[in-house]
Ligand binder design. Structure first.
Ligand code: ADP
Length: 221
């Protein structure tokens, strides 16, 4: 991966980091953000900030999240719609935690199409469920996140299988390049695998064809 700098908003790269709860999406997205200069947009973080503000919406969202359920599609789509233009104006965006349902994916496609964009690439982290639960329970001790209880974790896994997994098939059917990456091991090891899975400097762009000059800097591999 290399540093990218879009000169034209139409060249913005749209990536999605995908995976079950606890697969390390946020950790890897932060690294990709620094290396590929993509703006990391985490819907979980945005929602937690809303909860922290204690607004009426935040209170409702806090209850939903603590139970391990998904917030309504309309709410999250509105939030992303508000943030996307700013993110798209730069080199590109890496979505983390969104889209989580096929309806959200369709709404995202519609939003992107308005700007002449589409999802260029999906990185799907794969981790066995037993390890995910172990990681989340460990995180509960370290970070004390309200949705890292056994009950909420079970519900989040259930929602993932019921609603979110289908998003990958949705993208595959559309011909979007879905890169599967083994998400086990240390964050460094996983990041190295992501780099290897995206071998060419223009790997972020390849999926949707060349978009003209939009990158600066050398190959970081
Ligand atoms: P994780 O992937 O570990 O569950 P996130 O921070 O991505 O962590 O999400 C935490 C919670 O925030 C989810 O369980 C859900 O309640 C809510 N949430 C985040 N993104 C979405 C989304 N796109 N649609 C609905 N709910 C979401």
């Amino acid at each position: 991966m290399v540093a990218v700098q879009a000169q034209d908003p139409a060249q913005a790269v749209i990536g999605v980091i995908f995976g079950p709860p606890g697969s390390g999406k946020g950790t890897q997205a932060s690294r990709i953000e620094s290396e590929a200069m993509l703006k990391h947009l985490s819907t979980g973080e945005i929602l937690r900030a809303e909860v922290a503000k204690g607004t009426p919406t935040g209170k409702e969202v806090g209850r939903i999240m603590a139970a391990g359920d998904l917030v309504p599609d309309e709410l999250i789509v509105d939030i992303v719609r508000g943030r996307l233009p700013e993110a798209e104006a730069g080199a590109g965006v890496l979505l983390d935690g969104f889209p989580r349902t096929v309806r959200q994916a369709q709404a995202l496609d519609a939003m992107l199409a308005e700007e002449g964009h589409r999802v260029d690439r999906v990185i799907a982290l794969e981790v066995p469920e037993a390890e995910l639960v172990e990681r989340l329970l460990h995180r509960a001790e370290v970070e004390g996140r309200s949705d890292d209880t056994r009950e909420a974790i079970a519900e989040r896994m259930h929602e993932y299988h019921k609603l979110t997994e289908a998003v990958l098939d949705y993208y595959r059917r559309q011909g979007v390049d879905v890169v599967r990456v083994d998400g086990t091991g240390s964050p460094d090891q996983v990041f190295e695998r992501i780099r290897r899975a995206l071998p060419s400097p223009s790997a972020w762009e390849d999926a949707s064809g060349p978009k003209g000059p939009g990158r600066v800097g050398g190959d970081a591999n």
